[in-house]
Design a protein around this ligand. Structure first.
Ligand code: GLA
Length: 394
């Protein structure tokens, strides 16, 4: 699927802004969605993740106001929403729910002692919503940049990511890790970031510019109970740490547990909890190994580790679903696919595959009908490249 040209989108945004507010917007910001290559459900265990920002984003055109009001318009939904920063409430009406991400950022600015100014703004996104590509992080981060710009606040990138995470956890109510917001802010063109979610340090690792493509495939299965299942997985990981602490008093998180530790003490854990822990511990190891493989130019090994990640998410962490498994199987049946796995929280959403450039056409031709035959659903394919993180556009 082709992506609408960024300059065209910007023009649509500016035209709408002028129509609504009578002048061109002085500020335009953007923040991308993400695809995680490997390192899934490790971030809230203080482990490692390896995502890239994608070439789809949320753009916001904005201008400051003299009063503490936000007048916002979402071009995607043709819906407006007006709220006051001095009396912030989540929107409960369906057609205004998109504005909760802006409200959440307004709220977090106040919490952090950086009161935001009111603004007029128009929002336009092309990150598929509810597909596990972090449209919500893109919206939060773009909102944060917009508030920072209209308020004249200077915010360090990692701080902005933490503020967006706090907004999602405390205002929106999903207890997410830091990966999505971090990569949306700090992503680098042509690179994936190996993020240490404990120290919040990272290493940008170049992705091959020729020879392989990153292909995202959407199951088009809307994620159902993802929030409650997500929070349950978190609780199971915390339970594992509590029990293992009796034997390993210095551990703070599953990040500190080795595969040998688990072999030794795993039998002390309830069976399900042991499997959750085993996923996290092995996934951290796979993530570090996959980055080594990539640096050594060993794409075959990288792909094998992606495959192993999927099996672990499916069998031990149990966050896959028949649609994700069918799409992974369809992808792996194409010769020239190095690896394929679910990406993001799971229970629906997207897969990510590493595909030899020479196999891309076959992939695009063969995978959709195979998936359709298995599940009766259409997939949407996005061939993506690693893009730059959030920025104010000139
Ligand atoms: C969601 C969360 C992230 C991360 C992934 C799973 O995308 O927002 O913090 O936990 O799920 O890896």
């Amino acid at each position: 699927m082709g992506i609408p040209d960024a300059s065209q989108r910007r023009q649509d945004l500016e035209n709408k802004f002028r129509e609504l507010f009578g002048a061109l917007p002085p500020i335009v910001v953007r923040a991308p969605g993400r695809v995680n290559l490997i390192g899934e459900h490790t971030d809230y265990n203080e482990g490692f993740v390896f995502p890239a920002a994608i070439d789809r984003d949320v753009m916001i055109a904005c201008a400051p106001r003299e009063d503490p009001q936000v007048r916002a318009f979402a071009l995607n939904f043709n819906q407006s929403s007006t709220f006051r920063l001095d009396n912030l409430q989540p929107a409960t009406e369906g057609r205004e729910r998109w504005s909760n991400y802006l409200r959440a950022m307004g709220w977090v600015f106040a919490q952090e002692g950086l009161p935001a100014r009111g603004m007029n703004c128009v929002v336009l996104g092309n990150v598929p919503v509810g597909a596990g590509l972090s449209s919500s992080a893109a919206m939060l981060v773009a909102g944060g940049l917009a508030f920072a710009a209209v308020s004249g606040a200077q915010i360090e990138p990692v701080k902005l990511a933490l503020m967006a995470q706090r907004a999602e956890r405390e205002f929106v109510g999903v207890n997410v890790g830091i990966m999505d917001q971090f990569i949306s802010v700090l992503g680098q063109k042509g690179h994936a970031l190996l993020i240490d979610t404990r120290s919040l340090t990272y290493e940008a690792v170049p992705l091959p510019q020729t020879g392989v493509s990153i292909v995202i495939a959407d199951t088009n299965k809307k994620r159902g109970l993802v929030d409650s299942d997500y929070n349950t997985r978190r609780a199971e990981c915390e339970q594992a740490v509590e029990i293992l602490k009796r034997f390993l008093p210095s551990i703070q998180a599953l990040r500190d547990v080795s595969e040998a530790d688990l072999q030794r003490y795993g039998s002390e854990l309830p069976e399900e909890v042991r499997r959750r822990a085993r996923h996290v511990v092995t996934e951290d190891a796979r993530t570090l190994a996959s980055v080594e493989a990539l640096k050594a130019g060993d794409i075959v090994r990288f792909g094998q580790l992606m495959n192993a990640s999927h099996e672990s998410l499916k069998d031990d962490y149990q966050v896959s679903c028949p649609e994700l498994d069918a799409l992974v199987d369809a992808a792996r049946s194409v010769e020239g696919v190095y690896g394929s796995r679910m990406t993001g929280a799971g229970f629906g959403g997207c897969t990510v595959s590493l595909v030899a450039a020479s196999a891309l056409e076959t992939f695009q031709r063969e995978v959709p009908p195979r998936y359709k035959q298995a599940m009766g659903l259409n997939t949407t394919l996005y061939v993506t490249t690693a893009s730059q993180g959030a920025q104010r556009l000139q």
